[in-house]
Write a protein that binds this ligand. Structure first.
Ligand code: NOJ
Ligand code: CA
Length: 681
């Protein structure tokens, strides 16, 4: 219809058919699709009537077929509006509202091949999303995508700021965030968070990364970013058969940095729960045979320093139970750690404990004490070896009552070993049928879903380290409880360099926009391998609230907790891990973040504030509390000497209401504050 109209307009020399437009429900954001005389399509966006995204290209370069970019015509469109609310089985909020307007454009080539796709545009008050959907068709049975031509041309980039980590570098997602001007951003991973010169906050990311390559952003100067698909060793970045939908390309939007953190857009763009009853997925605070390995006082390998021994596991189960925790992670329990485990990924066995680890006895003791064992599958990035044992490994854990597994992919980026028909060579010079792939590539995307499905069959939840990025798939697979995917606390154990005082305040507006992170807080000793951790004691408490994860580690050693102030332990034992509602109240990347959360199924609220290098005074309104209710506030804050003595923790208590404000002083060098608000009768 539209094509006929366009042709008619051209014939009669009438002005062209108006560009398709879709607006956010609040009317502030408008997305428009236009084109040039050669049938190249562009998308653009404005906010409050001012340019936000300048006309930006769309399309694909294919390996074995002409580029899909030119001679495109819009042949039809379908607009719709939706306002629904759905429940999260666990999460940062129990109920999630999804209110958006959508426009589907049917697009076809006017040239010989007549290939077709839909461009789906979805606009909500908190951002813009677009994706390409390919129906089954004769001239595009399979897509062999070399490059995606989608661009994000940021208007008002000149003078804007950005927070980002580099892409395709050896240490995967584990880089310190760089704070630069938008024009200085290099090849970046997503989420890439920016504030334009006009003051708007935005973060470019993706949602529902299924059977596709992860998107990086290639700067082309002047605030122009191109989708740069993670390459594959074995050919085009993506090989996929139609019908097929790409992940959503997302621009999260807000007037403030906290507005980005309060968005549920990434989750809303994912498909609903596909696993059915997931009551077996339980949020959990857990201890671990873990920090000691990072301090190098115990080892993953067998020998005199071996951490995962039967006696040590029993001791730690008892400690976790005595402290009201729900789980215990045990690393180094299985065969494969001896020698150079980084290079020996083929040696890992996922159903064979070491001789000094009596799995049956440990599992029985854990059950008696009400502690869930959290299993560990380190793979050294050897997907081939892991996939061959995946079902056996999950079944072994299920037999021993393990309901959660931490996976690990320690390998340099570009070094995942994937089973292939072609001959390759492993790190020890042995011939193997494999290719090497990136952690963010299509092979990795496929692998992670295979693991989730194998785990779900055994009612096991997954917490992936060195993972593929989070794109909200926890909605579809609620057993994907958490992941790493940024520099975690372990860098503060190793030092050289540590995470710096403002890292967690940066994570809140970058990595955490993607989803939960297993950061492993609670290092009350404030010490790594000899060096100090850039944090006050109050901040270690605050991280349980500022960093969302349904799994939170109580990561320090029992002997360090025994020396910690009782008040700190009171907080750690009591803080919840599952929430009814979450609100980021204040902050900016690197400076500070203040977040309040209400316990799932309860009335009490909790608050965390994590600072940065310089001291911060934040004054937050308590209007999230229920009006008319009096609350007992307990505040764990930096003491007066915390700037020089980070162990200085002050605790105070008073009655407050929703009409009050709370003044927080966060000490320099990574200060913090944590609070609890309990309704009083
Ligand atoms: C890196 C992970 O982040 C860490 O938590 C784990 O202990 C080691 N790999 C060994 O798997
Ligand atoms: Ca790691």
């Amino acid at each position: 219809m539209r094509l006929i109209l366009a042709l008619l307009c051209a014939l009669l020399a009438l002005p062209a058919w108006a560009d398709p437009v879709v607006r956010s429900p609040d009317g502030r954001t408008e997305v428009r699709v236009g084109g040039d005389g050669d049938g190249r399509l562009t998308w653009q966006a404005s906010r409050d009537g001012k340019p936000l995204i300048a006309p930006s290209p769309l399309g694909f370069i294919l390996a074995d077929a002409p580029k899909l970019e030119r001679h495109l015509a819009i042949t039809g469109e379908a607009a719709s509006s939706s306002d629904t609310t759905w429940d999260q089985p666990w999460g940062e909020r129990a109920r999630v509202r999804d209110r958006h307007n959508q426009l589907v454009l049917h697009i076809a080539e006017t040239s010989v091949l007549k290939r077709r796709f839909d461009l789906v545009l979805r606009v909500s008050d908190d951002g813009i999303a677009l994706r390409y959907v390919f129906p089954e068709q004769p001239n595009l049975k399979q897509l062999r995508i070399v490059a995606e031509l989608t661009e994000f041309r940021i208007a008002n980039a000149q003078g804007g700021r950005a927070w980002w980590i580099p892409a395709l570098e050896w240490n995967r997602e584990e880089y310190l965030y760089r704070a630069t001007s938008i024009s200085e951003v290099g090849l970046a991973q997503t989420p890439l968070t920016m504030q334009t010169a006009a003051g708007t906050w935005l973060s470019i990311h993706e949602a529902a990364l299924v059977d596709y390559a992860g998107m990086n952003l290639q700067p082309a100067g002047g605030g122009v970013f191109r989708a740069a698909l993670t390459p594959s060793a074995s050919g085009p970045a993506v090989v996929v058969a139609a019908p097929f939908a790409t992940p959503w390309r997302v621009v999260m939007l807000g007037d403030t940095a906290p507005a980005l953190a309060n968005s549920s857009l990434i989750l809303n763009l994912n498909e609903p729960n596909r696993l059915g009853d997931v009551s077996w997925v339980k949020p959990c605070k857990y201890a671990g045979i873990w920090w000691s390995m990072h301090l190098d006082t115990e080892s993953w390998a067998t020998g005199p320093k071996h951490g995962a021994t039967t006696a040590n596991a029993i001791r730690m189960i008892d400690w976790a139970a005595a402290n009201g925790l729900c789980g215990l992670l045990i690393e180094g329990w299985n065969k494969g750690w001896d020698g150079d485990w980084f290079a020996n990924g083929w040696e890992f066995r996922f159903d064979q404990p070491t001789a000094d680890f009596d799995m049956a006895a440990i599992a029985a003791h854990a059950k008696k004490k009400g502690i869930g064992l959290i299993g560990h599958h380190e793979t050294s990035g050897n997907l081939a070896n892991y996939e061959a044992q995946l079902d056996a490994g999950m079944a072994y854990y299920a037999r021993h009552g393990v309901t959660m597994v931490k996976t690990g992919y320690v390998a340099d980026a570009g070094g995942l070993q994937v089973a292939a028909g072609t001959p390759g060579i492993d790190m020890n010079g042995q011939p193997r049928a494999l290719t090497y792939e990136w952690h963010e590539g299509q092979a990795s995307a496929r692998h992670h879903l295979r693991v989730l499905e194998a785990a779900a069959r055994q009612r096991i939840a997954v917490n992936a380290h060195e993972p593929i990025k989070d794109t909200g798939l926890r909605r579809t697979y609620p057993n994907w409880v958490s992941r790493e995917g940024a520099r975690g606390m372990e860098f503060n154990a190793w030092g050289n360099p540590d995470n710096g005082p403002g890292h967690e305040a940066t994570l809140a507006f970058t990595r955490l926009l993607a989803g939960p992170m297993d950061y492993t807080p609670g290092i009350v000793s404030l010490a790594g391998r000899g060096q100090k951790i850039p944090s006050t004691l109050a901040k270690q408490l605050a991280l349980y609230v500022t960093i969302y994860s349904p799994l939170q580690m109580v990561a320090d050693l029992p002997e360090n907790y025994a020396r910690a102030p009782k008040a700190a332990m009171d907080f750690i034992r009591a803080v919840p891990v599952d929430w009814q509602e979450s609100l980021t109240l204040a902050g900016e990347p690197g400076s500070h973040v203040v977040t309040a959360r209400q316990r799932r199924g309860g009335q009490d609220w909790w608050l965390g504030a994590a600072g940065g290098k310089t001291a911060v005074d934040a004054d937050v309104a308590l209007n999230f509390l229920t009006p008319g209710t009096r609350y007992r506030l307990t505040l764990w804050r930096d003491g007066p000497a915390a700037g020089s003595n980070p162990q200085d923790l002050a605790v105070e208590s008073r009655i407050v209401t929703s009409a009050d404000r709370l003044a927080l002083h966060l000490a320099p060098g990574g200060g913090g504050a944590a609070a609890r608000f309990e309704p009083v009768k």
